[in-house]
Write a protein that binds this ligand. Structure first.
Ligand SMILES: NC(=O)c1ccc[n+]([C@@H]2O[C@H](COP(=O)([O-])OP(=O)(O)OC[C@H]3O[C@@H](n4cnc5c(N)ncnc54)[C@H](O)[C@@H]3O)[C@@H](O)[C@H]2O)c1
Length: 453
């Protein structure tokens, strides 16, 4: 079917499409530069719904054929939102395999919780689909390597939702540092100091109507439904469990460390990590820590990251500053900043459009670059990559390296607040079997990423 004809045929109301047999490998789809691009949303929470709609609004000839979600409520909400914003009604699929089997679909927009990101990306690549996948792209270091292998083998565009990599102010900060004006980099400090409160356990409960809990768990081990993990209408608390997430470090600090890596010219893996963490701020009895302090050894400089939900007076860059390139945050209480100390000056670097400023002695302003919220830049870049086959900003190779910083910090904490030495070539810890156990998680049958993708 020609893509321009698909809308009439494919916008078939809310009826679910029948599931076809799932056989691998799939033939990759081929499209010309001016063809309509057909997307499917996999994971219809607030993030996926908002960003896929925006992508269709700011790029010509891009449409959504299918909304895939295992939660009927969220799928219905997303379909209604798409109808309101874009003027047509995509169909609902309850199994992502139906999306992969659909020859009309060029690319998938994966916005599930983190434990599904890697497997869904590998399946999509095997099916010949290009991929936008949200951060944090993985829940283990091994998964990132498999995503890269799948993108390479099936020649797919795989962009990770590290949108700062498309921000013009990130490019100008990178240029400033590359020019040598900041001098030799001495140390880099990333902050992700968010607010929070005590987390309280809740008893397991019945699986809500309209949710396929087994499919939501997917590659993770089966556990009874618990309202602390999942909520039918909001994001819920899956980010507090190692089975589904890397905690707040993955959820948010991944952005600041990724941006730090980007402006520093994308260094490879660090030589070692020291990771401290704990639930001392509020005393929660949850798996992922309330606060973490991590130090990475990049040989010529160190990167530290302080991250958690323990400092309510610290705030993310306010909306008015995010949207105005002339405004900069008050760096002292900016929750998501990076400080880059060179021999010639100190660069404050924001995210969400915070821009950057370089200060010298007595806080004198030496240089600055304003910015605005970069999601649209990233969405334009993804579609451009689909049309031209250029490497996207935030390609999976860099996504994996940034995600590995998250995993290194978490593994150091889980292995007992330890310093760990990492061999970047083999992507294994040196002389530490306990830490190496965390390189890969255990998957359930039917949800395994194969060793050979
Ligand atoms: N890049 C950014 O700045 C940014 C911002 C916010 C969120 N995110 C990321 O986006 C992702 C989604 O965030 P959210 O707040 O919308 O979370 P959410 O939990 O509200 O939404 C995830 C959706 O995925 C669905 N899902 C789970 N398993 C599925 C499956 N097997 N098939 C289809 N759907 C499935 C869930 O039912 C849910 O509707 C997360 O990874 C989050 O970290 C990124």
């Amino acid at each position: 079917m020609k893509r321009r004809d698909f809308l009439e045929k494919a916008i078939m109301g809310t009826a679910g499409i029948s599931l076809m047999s799932y056989t691998l490998p799939f033939a990759p789809s081929v499209k010309g530069a001016n063809d309509k691009i057909v997307l499917a949303l996999i994971g219809a929470g607030n993030r996926g719904t908002g960003t896929i709609i925006s992508t269709c609004k700011i790029n010509a000839n891009v449409v959504i054929k299918t909304v895939c979600d295992v939660n009927d409520l969220k799928a219905a909400k997303a379909i209604a939102e798409i109808e309101k914003e874009l003027g047509y009604k995509p169909q609902h699929a309850t199994d992502m395999k139906a999306v992969f089997n659909d020859k009309d679909i060029d690319a998938v927009w994966i916005s599930t919780p983190e434990h599904w990101h890697a497997l869904a990306t590998v399946w999509a690549c095997q099916a010949g689909k290009d991929v936008y996948v949200e951060k944090n792209p993985t829940i283990s270091i091994w998964e990132g390597r498999k995503m890269i292998e799948a993108a390479e083998k099936y020649k797919r565009i795989v962009q990770v939702g590290f949108q700062n990599r498309s921000a013009p102010y990130a490019f100008s900060a990178r240029e400033y540092i590359k020019s040598g004006k900041l001098g030799q980099i001495v140390t880099v400090k990333s902050y992700n100091m968010l607010g929070g409160s005590k987390w309280n356990p809740q008893p397991d409960s019945a699986i809500p109507a309209g949710l396929n809990w087994d499919a939501w768990l997917g590659p993770a081990q089966y556990v009874p439904y618990n309202p602390n993990i999942h909520d039918m209408e909001s994001r819920g608390g899956w980010g507090n469990y190692w089975a589904y997430s890397g905690g707040v470090l993955a959820d948010d600090a991944s952005h600041v460390m990724d941006l730090a890596r980007f402006v520093l010219g994308d260094p490879g893996h660090p030589k070692s990590v020291y990771g401290w963490g704990g639930n001392y701020a509020w005393g929660s009895k949850k798996e992922t820590p309330e606060f973490q302090s991590i130090t990475y050894d990049f040989e010529k400089f160190t990167l530290t990251c302080d991250s958690g939900n323990a400092t309510n007076y610290m705030k993310k860059t306010p909306n008015n500053i995010r949207m105005d390139p002339k405004l900069f945050p008050d760096w002292r209480t900016n929750a998501t900043r990076t400080e880059i100390y060179g021999t010639e000056g100190l660069m404050y670097l924001g995210r969400h459009g915070g821009g950057w400023q370089v200060k010298g002695e007595d806080s004198v302003l030496i240089a600055e670059g304003g910015g605005v919220f970069p999601d649209p830049d990233h969405q334009k870049d993804f579609i451009e990559s689909l049309r031209t086959r250029k490497k996207p900003n935030g390609a999976v190779e860099q996504g994996h390296l940034s995600a590995t910083l998250v995993h290194l910090g978490n593994i150091a904490y889980r292995a007992g607040n330890k310093q760990l030495f990492f061999d970047g070539k083999s992507e294994r810890f040196i002389g530490n079997d306990e830490a190496n156990k965390f390189l890969k998680t255990a998957y359930r049958d039917n949800y395994r990423i194969p060793e050979k993708v």
